[in-house]
Design a protein around this ligand. Structure first.
Ligand SMILES: NC(=O)c1ccc[n+]([C@@H]2O[C@H](COP(=O)([O-])OP(=O)(O)OC[C@H]3O[C@@H](n4cnc5c(N)ncnc54)[C@H](OP(=O)(O)O)[C@@H]3O)[C@@H](O)[C@H]2O)c1
Length: 235
């Protein structure tokens, strides 16, 4: 079993990398980081530097990847030094909006564009993307967070559309969007205290649940949006 975790330096990404490295069935884990290579090392782990908005860099990464069982995109953006999720439409900043689209949506499309050949010889593979429940249009009760919500809703459409194409051309691959729950990482840190009712999970706990879902997926599950507890989320 060969695993590629894109965004392996993030809270959830690194927890997934650790799990797959320690899992007895994994031959090779390749994980990417953008800013700083994590300290975690394992004899079956290779770290690669990658900016997920760089088409050429993603192409170069996949030129050296073969026979991947699982590809997991764990990159994501909710806030930056310059931008915060918007409470009202008056706060919308075009640059922050486009940065959300580039990292949260475009990354998955570019990865899929270059990944096909690395999955095609595998009899049972998974292309899993960390989305977010707030990207569900039918589940939107609170409003706000225009850039993040729009980028995750667009990501969900990308996943659904890719699942339809690959059902024909990569029928052994399940393409899914996963919601990890609210997890204590850098991404959620500025917001978690603001909702005392929210149930919080550690990255290790959420990653365990996500990995359990991924290994159980069958090709017939392609095109699903699944929460950490295995329940279906409406698009
Ligand atoms: N945490 C939550 O409560 C929560 C809830 C729902 C959904 N999610 C989703 O779960 C995923 C993981 O979130 P997280 O909480 O683990 O976030 P995180 O700890 O902030 O990690 C974000 C990751 O994205 C990478 N990244 C950002 N921009 C990048 C770029 N241009 N190129 C390459 N890598 C880039 C970061 O790389 P560097 O650190 O190396 O820069 C890091 O690995 C995201 O898609 C997020 O939307 C999280």
């Amino acid at each position: 079993m060969n695993v590629l975790v894109i965004g392996g330096s993030g809270g959830l990404g690194l927890a997934l990398v650790r799990l797959f490295c320690d899992g007895g069935e994994t031959e090779q884990v390749t994980a990417t980081y953008r800013t700083e290579q994590p300290m975690f090392a394992s004899e079956n782990l290779t770290w690669v530097s990658l900016d997920v908005t760089d088409d050429d860099a993603i192409s170069a990464l996949f030129a050296s990847c073969r026979d991947l069982t699982y590809i997991i995109n764990a990159v994501g953006l909710l806030h930056t030094d310059l931008g915060q999720p918007e409470k009202t439409i008056q706060k919308l900043d075009p640059n922050f909006f486009m940065e959300n689209i580039r990292v949260n949506t475009l990354s998955t499309l570019l990865i899929a564009k270059h990944a096909r050949h690395a999955l095609k010889k595998i009899s049972h593979s998974v292309f899993a993307v960390l989305s977010a429940r707030v990207g569900s249009i039918s589940d939107n009760q609170l409003g706000g967070w225009y850039s993040y919500r729009c980028s995750k809703a667009a990501l969900n459409m990308a996943v659904k559309t890719l699942s339809i194409e690959w059902k024909r051309t990569l029928p052994n691959c399940a393409v899914v969007a996963l919601h990890p729950g609210t997890v204590t990482t850098e991404l959620s840190a500025p917001f978690v205290g603001k909702n005392p009712k929210a149930t919080l999970f550690l990255p290790e706990q959420s990653a365990r649940w996500l990995a359990d879902i991924i290994v159980e997926l069958e090709p017939e599950d392609t095109g699903r949006f699944i929460a950490f507890d295995g329940t279906k989320i409406e698009w």
